[in-house]
Every structure is written in structure tokens, then in C-alpha cells.
Design a protein around this ligand. Structure first.
Ligand code: MF3
Ligand code: CO
Length: 244
């Protein structure tokens, strides 16, 4: 999992550095396909069946622009412009072990409010990572993201959640970015790996899916940010597998 995590990191940061005004999200897709091929890795998202969509996903990346929360699809006719934000989310498997990570980058100049949205979302992930310790419980992670986001005036998307990860992309437990007392609250044990992925709207939390069956957007059209890392519980504390 460390190997796939580091490959995902390399791909995401290469793509993040490529982002500029005027380019299409399809260019990002093509670059990601090439890097996966060169590394002998299998894309984790392409052909992945998602019951809610009722079909298989067709790309190696999700590229979600502005009010798009997750599952935006790379598109040769969609061009990035100054003031946009774009979330890039990808996963791979190497020898059957998965890695999954996402980041959101600004295009050209964005407003102070949008800068704060990106900062707060990434900080909420960092604060949650620090809770990935033996003896803590799942709700410590969920509650940490929720509190930081709400305290800063933004809102948590509830329809999409993080997940366990290992020999499959999505394993138990679900990792919501909020505490829901109806869910189980397992203790964290050495060897568990969680994909923590706050999805945060600048406006109201409500989401809807577009007619394309995939793209989840903020209902009120407000900007939405997304960051994700895979984090292992070790005897020495959290180990973020998806960064060096
Ligand atoms: N990054 C998302 C996740 O962590 C996307 C996977 S869904 C797919 O669950 F269809 F794109 F594969
Ligand atoms: Co994920």
C-alpha cells in the first residue's frame, strides 16, 4: 500500500503543477493514464462499479470544478479559467494493494473566501490525521473534521464519505466527515488503513447528482473543496501512505 500511495502522490502533484488557465481536464486524464502505464499500475477508478450511478466509471481521474463536489468527469471541452478551483482525485493498485488521494488546487487568482475554503478543508484533514492512533475511535476522526469545518463557517457534505482501504478500493468502515451516533464507533487498531476525505461546501451542505449520473454538485452552486489521504494506524502513530 505504501508503493501505491507514493505513486498516487507523484501523479497528483504532477497534475497539480500542470493546472493552468485554458487547459482542459482531459489533458490531466491523459497525463495520469501515461504515468500509471509507466509505473505498471492499475487505475482504481476506471471500470469501478458504483451502485448509485448504476454503471462503471469511465476515467482514471475525477476532476471536479467549483460547485462540483466529487465524481466530476474529465472532459476535452471543459477548460479551466482563472478563479476556478479543481479537485483532482485518483487511485491505483499495485500488486493488488490500493492507494487513493485527492487535492484541490486554485486556477489563477481566486478570492480570499475561496482560499479560506481550501485552507480549512485541508486543515480539517490534517487535524483528523493526527487522530489516527491506536485506542482512539472512529468518531474522533469524524468529529475532528466536522468541528473544524463548522467552526470556520463552512458545511460538511453528508452524502459522500471516506472509507477503509486495502486490497479493495472501498472497505469497511465508512468514514463520514461528521459524527452520526446511529453508526458504529469502532476502536482504531494497528494495521487499519483509512481513506479520510473531507468534502466541504462554502455554502449549504446539500448535494445533488447531475443528469450525467456521476457529477455531484452543491445544490446552491457554492464552491466545494475536497482533500484525501490514506492513513495507517501504526504503533508509532499515524502513517500517511499517500505522501513521502
Ligand atoms: N475518490 C472517490 C473515493 O474515494 C472516488 C471513487 S468512485 C469512482 O471513493 F467511481 F470514481 F471510482
Ligand atoms: Co476515497
Amino acid at each position: 500500500m505504501r508503493k501505491s500511495g507514493l505513486l498516487v502522490h507523484k501523479i497528483l502533484h504532477t497534475l497539480g503543477d500542470m493546472v493552468q488557465e485554458g487547459m482542459s481536464t482531459w489533458e490531466l486524464e491523459l497525463a495520469a493514464v501515461k504515468m500509471m502505464e509507466d509505473a505498471g499500475a492499475k487505475p482504481a477508478f476506471k471500470n469501478y462499479y458504483v451502485p448509485a450511478a448504476g454503471e462503471r466509471y469511465r476515467f482514471v481521474l475525477c476532476t471536479s470544478i467549483n460547485e462540483e463536489i466529487v465524481h466530476g468527469m474529465p472532459n476535452a471541452k471543459k477548460f479551466l479559467k482563472s478563479g476556478d478551483i479543481v479537485s483532482i482525485d485518483t487511485g491505483v493498485s499495485l500488486n493488488g494493494y490500493f492507494g487513493d488521494s485527492a487535492l484541490t488546487v486554485p486556477v489563477g487568482a481566486v478570492s480570499d473566501k475561496v482560499k479560506k475554503l481550501l485552507q480549512v478543508t485541508e486543515q480539517s484533514l490534517e487535524l483528523a490525521i493526527d487522530k489516527v492512533r491506536e485506542g482512539n475511535r472512529l468518531f474522533d476522526i469524524c468529529g475532528t473534521v466536522e468541528k473544524h469545518v463548522v467552526d470556520n463557517g463552512f458545511s460538511i457534505v453528508r452524502e459522500y464519505v471516506g472509507h477503509g482501504i486495502g486490497t479493495q478500493l472501498h472497505e469497511e468502515p465508512q468514514v463520514p466527515n461528521y459524527v452520526d451516533r446511529r453508526n458504529e464507533n469502532p476502536r482504531l487498531r494497528e494495521g487499519m488503513v483509512l481513506a479520510i476525505e473531507p468534502m466541504v461546501n462554502a455554502g449549504k451542505p446539500d448535494a445533488k447528482v447531475l443528469k450525467d449520473k456521476w457529477t455531484a454538485v452543491a445544490k446552491d452552486g457554492s464552491y466545494s473543496a475536497h482533500f484525501e489521504h490514506c492513513v495507517a494506524v501504526t504503533a508509532n502513530g499515524p502513517w500517511v501512505l499517500t505522501r513521502p
